[in-house]
Design a protein around this ligand. Sequence first.
Ligand SMILES: O=C(CO)COP(=O)(O)O
Length: 246
Amino acid sequence: MTAPKALVAGNWKMNGLTSSVGEIEKLARLVAEKGAGCDVLICPPATLISNLSGKGIDIGGQDCHMAVSGAHTGDISAAMLKDLGCNYVIVGHSERRADHGETNDVVKAKALAAQDQGLTAIICVGETDAEREDGSTLDVVTSQVRGSIPETAMADNTVIAYEPVWAIGTGKTPTADDVADVHAVIRNLLMDRFGDAGEKVRIQYGGSVKASNAAELMSVPNVNGALVGGASLKAEDFYGIIATYQ
Ligand SMILES: O=C(CO)COP(=O)(O)O
């Protein structure tokens, strides 16, 4: 089976104001003029989803609650994201696993809520620096992948993002060989889970991806795109990563 079409996604985290509309318009112009050999997605803060949608770039959420609605002050549901035209939502980002105590069970429930609404769940996994130091990277990633994918998930509404926590926002990246090892393990888990359709699930790499290292990271076997933080905030920087798929 041929590799799935890559997904290059920007996670803006808690960055961006209404003035960021100009950035998405610039990105849409770059993609329209120069092309993109991958799917392109921006996940802005929830406050900006309405402003940024309809500009020619797919828009997704950064998180969702596991319930459809209810008394959950400050949260938003997958149904609300769907209502605004999102097709994707990130769940289980390490900043949420760490800052909000999200366990694999919570991440799985959020992914299920997303998939129930017809959204594709981008499920994030990745080891901390301490876990890497003690040699448990593959064990951690294995239990996160196994524990975070809903029983009813399908290959085409599931994306896995491998984001080593120590590589996020640090300028450090694993070697291409290390990325290959982790992605091969994830691919095998997906084949166990989905059978042959596991080949179709996109496995993104995330953590200090920028235009200057994207070509090397994106050419690693079983890397099907990137989840990009800092370098997704400026259209030209982000397009430099997208362009590796021309
Ligand atoms: O956490 C990330 C994307 O979700 C990666 O962030 P950086 O690209 O800023 O390292």
